[in-house]
Design a binder for this molecule. Structure first.
Ligand SMILES: Nc1ncnc2c1ncn2[C@@H]1O[C@H](COP(=O)(O)OP(=O)(O)OP(=O)(O)O)[C@@H](O)[C@H]1O
Ligand SMILES: [Mg+2]
Length: 459
């Protein structure tokens, strides 16, 4: 379906992609994995014609649809308008709503996206927006479907449905190129895999049957090692560090997970704690929350987390400035740069202190959000999918940092669509349904399966 050779792309002094070959056959899922900044998005942008290569051979191909890593949903348009952005089905000169609905309904049903066609996309959850983005690509009936981290904000049931959709597509002869950081997921769905490291391909179209998880991780990381799973002292006794009246409390040094299906209410708790909701005794605004020492790492980094057109160092110092007041504005720029450099080193951010955040890859932007809160030395951590889009190496590093902050006695509240993340980090997980806590799982009871059962019980 597609054969490209020697693809090379530079951005200024950075070589994002260097002499990469890729072949896509009909009826296969071909996975592309690699660390943050390895060049995956650059590759898929070139294959789908969004970007041009500086060198290499790429025959022009019709029928390629891309689900981009950074959502391109138009928040002010309706679901229907988002699904047919260029050529809405018409009857004569008029856009036919009937036909739109009859085309869209089966696709949305297949994806499990249950929203009215006239709903505004911007009011939907991140997961639903991600599904909408996928729906739009499917409606183009592509011969080649390229998905760049389509599941980074999706809950487990939606991931399972998407896998079903992909299996049906390849059975019809469609070629799928699949980029993801969820390596188990990748090895299950893909028949072949390409691993990129620093812009080069270190495994090229290898059959997944011949590799295992450790082999893929080793290829991704080269000679670097994964951070070991953090050992942590048990939470301290004594008065709780945080009380959410009527719901739960968090001991000093405790990591409490909040889980639930979409709309269960657990995310509203995060909003309230971070000054984005309402409730007696909660911070009145995001700014008030920062002043009170609340760090909020959101899953939607573009919306809440970053100043995209500013350099990395300004972003990493931003929360510390807000929290500490004006005095620290006068700290020398060099001090902030040095702090940014420390985070770049520790979290393996691919970029320098003076690079604009827009030029970083998605996962590296997420690391900058995280670094910003480390720098602020918060009293409470509120984390919503903190490692969304982050590679396995940096994910382990971020987990170690979270565990270390807890070990210092800081309370942590964590929500994640990645159930493995909850199991790895939490002392306790509270499962929500309809705004109430319906189950509490302690460390010894925690497993992805147990969580999934509790989240879905009675629904
Ligand atoms: N517009 C740009 N300007 C400057 N540099 C860029 C630009 N786009 C990408 N880069 C650089 O190219 C490299 C590869 O980025 P790319 O987005 O392809 O990585 P990725 O493998 O998709 O990472 P992630 O897993 O974080 O999404 C990165 O170092 C990034 O900083
Ligand atoms: Mg990317």
């Amino acid at each position: 379906m597609l054969r490209a050779t020697g693809l090379t792309r530079r951005y200024g002094g950075v070589t994002a992609l260097s002499e990469v070959d890729i072949v896509l056959r009909p009826g296969e899922v071909h996975a592309v994995v690699g660390e943050n900044g390895a060049g995956k998005s650059t590759l898929v942008k070139i294959l789908s014609g969004v970007e041009r290569p500086d060198a290499g051979v790429l025959p022009r191909i019709a029928g390629v649809a891309l689900v981009a890593q950074e959502l391109t949903v138009f928040p002010d348009l309706t679901v229907a308008e988002n699904l047919f952005p260029l050529a809405p089905p018409r009857r004569g000169l008029l856009v036919s709503r009937r036909r739109m609905a009859s085309l869209a309904a089966p696709v949305l049903a297949e994806l499990g996206l249950d929203v009215p066609l006239d709903a505004r996309a911007g009011t939907m959850s991140l997961a639903d927006q991600q599904l909408l983005e996928i729906g739009r690509a499917l409606l183009r009936n592509p011969a080649v479907l390229i998905l760049d981290e389509p599941t980074s904000a999706l809950p487990a049931d939606a991931v399972a449905r998407l896998m079903g959709v992909l299996r049906r597509l390849v059975a019809r002869g469609v070629a799928v190129l699949y980029v993801s950081h969820f390596l188990e997921e990748v090895l299950r769905i893909a028949t072949r895999i390409t691993v990129l490291r620093d812009g080069r391909s270190v495994l090229t179209g290898v059959e997944t049957a011949t590799v295992d998880l450790d082999g893929v991780v080793a290829a991704m990381l080269g000679d670097r090692a994964l951070a070991p799973a953090a050992e942590r002292p048990p939470p301290r006794d004594g008065p709780p560090a945080l009380v959410v009246d009527g719901l739960f409390s968090v001991a000093p040094g405790e990591i409490v997970g909040l889980a639930g299906l979409q709309g269960a209410g657990h995310l509203e708790v995060l909003s309230a704690l971070s000054g984005r909701g309402s409730g007696p005794g909660t911070p009145r605004s995001p700014r008030a929350a920062v002043r009170a020492g609340v760090a909020f790492v959101p899953s939607d980094r573009k919306r809440y987390g970053l100043m995209l057109d500013q350099p990395v160092w300004r972003n990493t110092s931003a929360a510390a400035w807000l929290g500490a007041g004006l005095g620290s504005w006068w700290l020398r720029r060099e001090t902030h740069r040095a702090a940014a450099r420390r985070h770049i080193e520790r979290l393996r951010i691919r970029g320098g202190p003076d690079d604009l955040v827009t030029t970083l890859s998605g996962g590296n932007q997420q690391k900058v959000v995280f670094a910003k809160w480390l720098e602020a030395d918060p009293r409470l951590l509120v984390l919503d999918d903190p490692t969304r889009g982050v590679d396995v190496g940096a994910r382990a590093e971020m987990h170690a940092v979270i565990a270390a902050l807890a070990a210092e006695g800081k309370p942590v509240v964590l929500a994640s669509t990645d159930l493995a993340e909850l199991c790895e980090l939490c002392d306790r997980v509270l499962v929500f349904q309809r705004g109430r806590v319906v189950a509490r799982l302690t460390r010894s009871e925690l497993s992805e399966r147990a969580l999934s059962v509790a989240m879905n019980a009675g629904t």
